[in-house]
Write a protein that binds this ligand. Sequence first.
Ligand SMILES: C[S@@+](CC[C@H](N)C(=O)[O-])C[C@H]1O[C@@H](n2cnc3c(N)ncnc32)[C@H](O)[C@@H]1O
Length: 289
Amino acid sequence: MILKEILNIYHKELDDLFGNEEVNSFFNLLIEHYLNIKRIHLVMHPNYTITKEEEQPLFEALSKLKLQQPIQYVIGETEFYGLPFKVNQHTLIPRPETEELVDLVISNFKNQNSSALKILDIGTGTGCIAISLAKYLVNAKVCALDVSEDALKVAKQNAELNAVDVNFILDDILNPDCHAELVSASQDYDVIVSNPPYVRNLEKTEIQPNVLNNEPHLALFVEDDNPLQFYKAICEFAQHSLKDKGTLYFEINEYLGGEMIQLLKSFNFKDIELKKDMFGKNRIIKGVK
Ligand SMILES: C[S@@+](CC[C@H](N)C(=O)[O-])C[C@H]1O[C@@H](n2cnc3c(N)ncnc32)[C@H](O)[C@@H]1O
């Protein structure tokens, strides 16, 4: 079949859902992923024909997109901070806001001797934060934990894919009794960073159906009456596992900036800074012990 005809079918089936431009960009990603063909090839060879076998993954992808599965899950990968990451239904798709968190940590430490740095990422998912920090703060010793064994499998693949060494630990940050491996890995982190679950159930109405129906709820949601549960547990953990003058970095719920400042103050963190993301929303907070 002529590849361009398949593009026409994509537009017919998907434009109402996503709009013409988005469908073009999905198609370009898919032909590059499955056929190793760049967009420009399609422009220069409008009659380029593919075999039945080559068609099949494109039609399978079309069915998944019709069900509003995110394109990153359809192709099983995405890009974060310029690096490739595998994703699946057990891992949150890394967001651009989180790249800003990573960028802040890197810019705070890039001029220091990173060989002495010990970093812990809590709730690592794909490993995007831990792996990017390990990649760009060369020689830092990076640990990362998650309660999901399935997410950790993906994170380990991603560390290999990006040729970095990260110590991944299965742990529940809400359960202080099971931190043995974490504490023995290092009792004195210089940096603790986390993008924990922070969306309240009451905010579900603001969440796009493709997120709600596909991304792991374990990674997203917290109870309305205890929205800072993870932040409190991490601040408590930091009391004994973050070095004096060590820094805590969090990605946060845009509506809870004030509450987060109060929380960090109540744990005696100093030099607290609340930062907005590229969309002008309160998204990152840091504090020094
Ligand atoms: C918002 S996602 C962040 C994933 C990744 N760090 C990122 O920024 O894309 C939160 C992560 O916390 C993990 N998580 C949820 N409950 C946890 C718990 N009790 N202990 C440790 N990790 C937990 C989830 O499995 C998920 O991977």
